[in-house]
Design a protein around this ligand. Sequence first.
Ligand SMILES: [Mn+2]
Length: 220
Amino acid sequence: MCAAGDHANTLHWIRNTGDVSPGDLVLIDAGVETDSLYTADVTRTLPVDGTFTPNQRQVYDAVLEAADAGIAAARPGNKFSDIHSASIRVIATKLHEWGMLPDGVDVEATLDPVDGQFHRRWMVHGTSHHLGLDVHDCAPALRADYLDGELKPGMVLTVEPGLYFKSDDELVPEQLRGIGVRIEDDLVITDDGNRNLSGALPAKLKQWNAGCRPVRVNCA
Ligand SMILES: [Mn+2]
């Protein structure tokens, strides 16, 4: 899926249409299925003309921080849902800093599963899904086995927080409207943490500065 500008705020812009204009971001969510039938999908969000505006950078850095927090929580012994909890806490904290939560609602209040969840307006999906023979592998599994299931070495899953500020959303500060960002990596859980299978795809400026470039993947 490829979406530029405000189209990135539609979760699955499967029309893959629209102008790619200087000054906009382009969001590319790329999935593959190999000859073995195993699947994967990764997402990167890039500035079309090579440079983030300060507002785009603000949103991108928030999503990147949420991704790092989710990746840090992806280790054996944690629950699958701990990844989402870690990422969504960062998202909620940023939205609170930016004054986007209702008056009197702090981070803990919005994270309350029953009376909160105001932040979900701008990240309406979960942070992770398993990868396997289905790109959303085992998604219909019972909560006890999936969300509440324990992470174990060999499991492969995504971490993909995002923030989506539609151009006509009047609850979003005007300067942030029209910006949509998602960063998605694929991890394998190891004995002592995880290995980022898509880490060679730069998500951070320092990776570019260090000369890191996307690698060619041979699926044969
Ligand atoms: Mn995905």
